[in-house]
Write a protein that binds this ligand. Structure first.
Ligand SMILES: O=C(O)CCC(=O)C(=O)O
Ligand SMILES: [Fe+2]
Length: 326
């Protein structure tokens, strides 16, 4: 059964009846809000102002975009005093992803840093660093290609997904292999009011099968699905620490919206996934050996550009367990 009311809340192809918090010019004669997107995203300014009033005394923080991402200077992640740690924690919530350069740290030090934020997970499907089960190793070369180039939030298919990931560059190409991050608080804010209202209480199913499950034998897939059954999370979650609303569906792991006919769910997800694509909500990190990125999996999605084949790129990730999305 189709629901005309729900379809009506999707951006209208005529562009005639758009209202909402974006500039009218964004809609004037525009075919489709999600692909054509004129004019300023004014709400970013408010977030920028809020973030910029924060004072840091023990670390230096250099924003790389108005709402998402900052380079943190003046710290050695291998020996972090408590004051710097507290400020990094605060900056992580404010900027959503932090970047650190020239961190000559061991795997043990990377794990120790990540573990200050919470318990670490072991990934059941991805290969681990030979020295540490809690470190996922992404080792790419001419034979093993980079496939993390779809917008996603790590392990959203878990009942308790991730708070954040700490990714360290072990070996990177001289150019290429950047990682992009998208602010899903901004993506939520940018939605038309009618869409926000429509999706407010929706839940969506997240499932590893369409990504990690591809290539598994039917028996293995069935056994893994027993262990990690599809889970439901709210489409709009509230950040447990900042209280901000977040658009929490992603193209790798979200399979469908609960209670909608499949074609309707597909249309909605296609529209909602595309909200992460706007450059205004993004920042992009160019890695160097020793660079570290620490992102909040609750409030950002990321995309590893797979533009460097056949070069070698080796990255180590520690993943912090978060809480049940609500
Ligand atoms: O290799 C990267 O830059 C990121 C890969 C990824 O998706 C991750 O570390 O979670
Ligand atoms: Fe990822």
């Amino acid at each position: 059964m189709k629901s005309p009311a729900r379809f009506a809340a999707l951006p209208d192809l005529s562009g005639r009846s758009r209202t909402g918090q974006n500039d009218r010019s964004s809609y004037n004669g525009v075919m489709h809000l999600s692909t054509l997107h004129f004019g300023p995203r004014r709400f970013l300014h408010e977030e920028e102002e809020r973030i910029r009033t924060q004072v840091y005394r023990h670390i230096r923080v250099r924003p790389v975009s108005p709402s998402i991402g900052a380079e943190v200077e003046g710290v050695d992640l291998g020996r972090l005093d408590d004051d710097s740690f507290r400020e990094i924690r605060r900056a992580h919530l404010d900027f959503k992803v932090l970047f650190f350069r020239d961190q000559d740290i061991s795997t043990a030090a990377q794990l120790a840093f990540a573990a200050r934020f919470g318990e670490l997970e072991e990934h059941p499907f991805l290969p681990a660093n030979p020295d540490a089960a809690e470190v996922v190793r992404f080792a790419k070369d001419d034979q093993v290609v980079g496939v993390e180039n779809t917008w996603h939030s790590d392990v959203s298919w878990r009942e308790i997904p991730s708070l954040g990931s700490v990714l360290r560059a072990v070996q990177v190409p001289d150019v290429g292999g950047d990682t992009l991050f998208s602010d899903m608080v901004a993506a939520y804010q940018g939605l038309p009011d009618e869409v926000k209202k429509e999706i407010e209480n929706w839940r969506a199913v997240h499932d590893f099968s369409h990504s990690f499950g591809v290539g598994m034998s039917p028996d293995t897939l069935a056994a893994q699905r027993e262990k990690y059954p599809p889970v439901e999370h709210p489409v709009v979650r509230t950040h447990p620490e900042t209280g901000q609303k977040i658009l929490y569906v992603n193209a790798i792991f979200t399979s469908h919206i609960v209670g909608l006919p499949r074609d309707e769910s597909d249309r909605w997800l296609d529209f909602l996934f595309r909200q992460s694509h706007f450059p205004e909500y993004q920042c992009r990190f160019q890695w160097r050996p020793g660079s570290v990125a620490f992102w909040d999996n609750r409030s950002v999605q990321h995309y590893a550009s797979s533009d460097y084949w056949p070069k070698t790129r080796v990255m180590d990730r520690a993943t912090i367990i978060g809480d049940r999305p609500a």
